[in-house]
Ligand binder design. Structure first.
Ligand code: DGL
Length: 264
């Protein structure tokens, strides 16, 4: 699996819960994060380098944990690599379309993901009646990186980003970025306050873990081992507060985990 940084560990967390016996090699491109503000061409180049590095690790499947990469580079990776490739947008969009009763699906994501149009395309390919409403929420990534997931600052930012979506009458919200599950509580309470009642919130990490389990099973790739799988973490830069930030995304301490700094 790879992501632009450590945010993809939210997807690792969901996959480890669902498929505890699978071995995971996770590459976080911490030297070049964020991807969400960069051009599609730059993200394509970065994605190719990450995928190439992971292929040196004898992987059976590649999971792109980053929404921005999934939005612009998934087709290229699927064509260029000789193994199954799964992104987070297809599963998130499918779960969003399914959860939406009136077919008004809201998505918050990075500017790159919004510009790509990948979510509206994915939702339209699943449901002809569903409409997608997108809002770029660029401030939420740095807030989560800083650990500001509680209090007035994230609350105001979240409210600002959700207001136009609520004005469009969304009845479901997809969290279209690796970092947003850490703001789930504030997003849920602001959304309920703006909308007047709670509406479904879809975490694409959970939807991806479910689709990954199905894909491994269908392709006969699921491990038949019952012992716990190993998690190996590769990072292109060892950022300050690595352990603290990684633990927040992974939902557990990273002490004792196999973490290696690499070059791409
Ligand atoms: N991983 C990115 C995503 O899910 C968010 C962080 C970034 O901008 O690189 O879109």
């Amino acid at each position: 699996m790879f992501d632009s940084g450590l945010g993809g560990l939210t997807v690792v967390h969901a996959i480890m819960k669902r498929l505890p016996s699978e071995d995971i090699v996770y590459l976080g491109d911490t030297a070049r994060v964020p991807y969400g503000t960069r051009s599609a061409q730059t993200v394509l180049n970065y994605a190719r380098a990450c995928a190439r590095k992971l292929c040196e690790h004898d992987i059976k499947l590649l999971c792109v944990a980053c929404n921005t990469v999934s939005a612009v580079a998934l087709d290229m990776l699927s064509v260029e690599l000789d193994l199954p490739v799964l992104g987070v947008i297809g599963p998130g969009a499918a779960a969003g379309a399914k959860a939406s009763e009136q077919g008004r699906v809201g998505v918050i994501a990075t500017a790159g993901t919004v510009a790509s149009g990948a979510y509206p395309r994915a939702v339209a390919s699943i449901s002809t009646r569903a409409e997608t409403f997108m809002e770029a929420a660029p401030l939420l990534v740095p807030l989560v990186e800083e650990g500001w997931t509680q209090g007035e600052v994230p609350r105001l930012a979240v409210r600002r980003y959700l207001t136009p979506l609520v004005a469009q009458g969304i009845d479901t919200l997809v969290l279209g970025c690796t970092h947003y599950p850490l703001l789930h509580e504030i997003i849920a309470s602001e959304l309920a306050a703006l909308r007047g009642h709670a509406i479904p919130i879809v975490d694409s990490a959970q939807a991806t873990a479910a689709e990954l389990a199905q894909l491994l099973h269908e392709r006969g790739l699921a491990t038949d081992r019952t012992a716990a799988g190993a998690l190996r973490i590769l990072v292109t830069d060892m950022p300050g507060k690595f352990s603290e930030v990684a633990a927040r995304f992974l939902g557990q301490s990273v002490e004792g985990l196999d973490v290696t700094a690499i070059d791409l």
